[in-house]
Design a protein around this ligand. Structure first.
Ligand code: PEP
Ligand code: MN
Length: 334
């Protein structure tokens, strides 16, 4: 970090800034110029409050030269993180295919979809039990009953389950859940992230609707700082000026996040597009760009789905999509 001081800084204030920074464990390397003085801060500056330093009377500007996230940073962990879930691995060259309905609706629904997507090559089953809906009058999910039905589908197919947590009070009911999803709307629910840092289960962390890469990685950092290093990043489309699609899939997130972080990244083409016809091309683009996997909404009767029917693809469409994705994945590995 570099602190640029204003001209002729007050000596007492400067001494007090330097001793305060030293007390935080950072080394100070001052460079005194004819008109301006610069303090070079060396050491772990991740816990320093940049806004607090910038607001001091004697400070002109503060620049970070290193990212504020450490655990999620590829610089400190050059190898890709590979997360083991049941018999499958996320990251490290595997193509993870998570498929299932937006919401768990009934035992028949979740079991039928689970069997079909497994047959097509899905490696995990998704299904929302606790649903974050924009309207309080929309279907809110079957809640604990939904978790029970997911367990039945897991027993039937052997597929590990991925489902969303909305509040930490729900955690005691997540024992049989293999990967806990943090939804886009909760990406910056810091108390929830801190609590998930103490959990020993992988966390699928979705990017917030208007969050930057750095904000996403700082949210991953919250979980990792608590001791849980198994974080899977998920790009699920962001808000832009375009309204034709539900969101805009940010394909650049894949190479950028891979460059900045060692964590696996998966793409959600369903919430990105909001339209079932776009799921296949966006999935192909994501795999071609190097995504570690996809999370796709698949429903056996999209027209009657209780949530997100328009963006859900049928099991037959998922089956042909998987065939295409495997070809793309094998091709880019060569
Ligand atoms: C979901 O996966 O069902 C979901 C609600 O996603 P998001 O948080 O990305 O909107
Ligand atoms: Mn959905």
């Amino acid at each position: 970090m570099i602190v640029l001081l204003k001209q002729n800084p007050d000596k007492a204030q400067l001494d007090s800034l330097i001793s305060w920074l030293e007390s935080k464990g950072v080394e100070i390397h001052p460079t005194v110029g004819a008109t301006q003085t610069i303090l070079g801060l060396v050491g772990d500056t991740s816990h320093l409050d940049i806004d607090l330093i910038s607001a001091l009377d004697i400070v002109e500007a503060v620049r970070r030269v290193q990212e504020p996230y450490k655990n999620a940073n590829r610089k400190f962990h050059p190898q890709d993180t590979v997360i083991k879930v049941g018999n499958t691995q996320i990251g490290g060259g595997n193509l993870t295919l998570i498929a299932g309905p937006c919401s768990v609706e009934s035992e028949e629904q979740i079991c039928e979809i689970a069997m079909k997507v497994k047959e097509s090559g899905a490696t995990m089953l998704r299904g929302g039990a606790f649903k974050p809906r924009t309207s309080p009058y929309s279907f809110q999910g079957l809640r604990n009953e939904g978790l029970r039905l997911l367990s039945i589908a897991k027993k039937l197919t052997g597929l590990p389950i991925v489902t969303e947590i909305m509040d930490i009070s729900q955690l005691p009911n997540f024992d049989d859940v293999d990967v806990i999803q943090v939804g886009a709307r909760n990406m910056q629910n810091f108390e929830l992230l801190k609590a998930l840092g103490t959990v020993r289960k992988p966390i699928l962390l979705k990017r917030g609707l208007s969050s930057t890469y750095e904000e996403l990685l700082m949210s991953a950092e919250y979980i990792m700082a608590g001791g849980n290093n198994e974080v899977i990043l998920c790009e699920r489309g962001i808000r832009t000026f375009e309204t034709y699609t539900r969101n805009t899939l940010d394909v650049a997130a894949i190479p950028v996040l891979k460059q900045l972080s060692h964590l696996p990244i998966i793409i959600d083409p369903s919430h990105s597009a909001g339209k079932s016809a776009l799921v296949s091309p966006l999935s192909c683009a994501a795999v071609a760009a190097g995504a570690d996997g996809l999370i796709i909404e698949v429903h056996n009767d999209p027209a009657h789905a209780l949530c997100d029917g328009p963006q859900s693809i049928r099991p037959e469409a998922f089956d042909s999509l998987v065939k295409k994705l495997n070809v793309i994945s094998d091709t880019i590995k060569e």
